[in-house]
Design a protein around this ligand. Structure first.
Ligand code: HEC
Ligand code: HEC
Length: 244
């Protein structure tokens, strides 16, 4: 009986941790076992950050994924990004100041996000305070560690990309390996998705993304060809911000 009881509280703890439906509990619980006995051993449920609740409610999760990281599409990872940088970008997107090249649906990039958060007649579906809550939560999250790409990247290409990054003086503003921006308004770029990095640099180089402080970057990227941008993006996408 003791063994069974131990098993059932373990199953309960696991189920709560994984947020499984209560049905799973019922199967493991022996008949006649009082529910209260098992609950005592269960860990207290952690209260969600208000920003996390809003992140779900305001549909950010649909495009930026659970915990601010989404592996599909070229949408940016936002977990662990700079707080001030994010506030400015979100404001620019909602005001239509940040657009970019057309995405797969033919709309300018960021149009979908604006559409989710601003009505066609220009009314906000989200307040500034709600944005601040979400951003403070996102900034507090650990950044994503790099995913091994589907086709492995040749180490020589990664080394070349690291070299291009240094020669391009990108570290002046984004820090060594893109891990330490030199202003709260400059983004972390290490560990970001390669496809996203590529589009953003090209869009900024070609004048399609010209919001915020992107002008500062122009002198450093205006001469970069697509091949070099691709190498830098591959390299940055494999830098792990969770490693010192
Ligand atoms: C319909 C999809 C969609 C929704 C919903 C959405 N976003 Fe976005 N978001 C995007 C895309 C796509 C971009 C990048 C736009 C570009 O490429 O210029 C972006 C950009 C951003 C950026 C800038 C990231 C960077 O590195 O520059 C932040 C921060 C952000 N979103 C936060 C949010 C938050 C917070 C919410 C919810 C309140 C939200 N987004 C809802 C699609 C979405
Ligand atoms: C003088 C400072 C400066 C230098 C040098 C610089 N950047 Fe930037 N970079 C910025 C700023 C500022 C932004 C954000 C622009 C904005 O406010 O919208 C940015 C944005 C980016 C972004 C988009 C990130 C995102 O989340 O959307 C990428 C990618 C990037 N830089 C890569 C590079 C690379 C690669 C180099 C070197 C070739 C470089 N930058 C050099 C200042 C700089």
């Amino acid at each position: 009986m003791t063994a069974i009881r131990r098993f059932s509280s373990l199953a309960l703890a696991a189920a709560i941790g994984l947020a499984l439906p209560t049905i799973a509990l019922a199967q493991g619980a022996p008949a006649g076992e009082p529910a209260a006995a098992a609950t005592d051993a269960a860990p207290a449920k952690k209260e969600k950050h208000p920003g996390e609740k809003l992140y779900l409610r305001k549909t950010c999760i649909a495009c930026h994924g659970k915990g601010g990281v989404l592996s599909i599409q070229d949408y940016p990872n936002v977990a662990g990004q700079q707080e001030k940088y994010m506030l400015r970008q979100i404001a620019d997107i909602l005001e239509g100041k940040r657009v970019g090249s057309p995405d797969a649906t033919g709309n300018p990039r960021a149009e979908g996000m604006k559409g989710a958060l601003v009505t066609p007649t220009g009314e906000r579906r989200i307040t500034d305070d709600e944005i601040k809550e979400i951003v403070s939560w996102l900034a507090s999250l650990a950044p994503a560690s790099p995913k091994a790409p589907e086709t492995p990247i040749d180490p020589a290409r990664l080394a070349q990309g690291a070299d291009d990054y240094k020669k391009g003086k990108c570290q002046t503003c984004h820090g060594v390996d893109g891990k330490k921006p030199t202003s709260p308004l400059y983004p972390f770029i290490a560990g970001q998705k390669a496809s996203y990095i590529t589009t953003q640099i090209k869009d900024m180089r070609d004048g399609l993304r010209n919001n915020g402080s992107s002008k500062l970057m122009l002198p450093f990227i205006k001469k970069l060809d697509d091949e070099t941008i691709g190498r830098i993006a591959d390299y940055l996408s494999q830098v792990d911000r969770n490693q010192p």
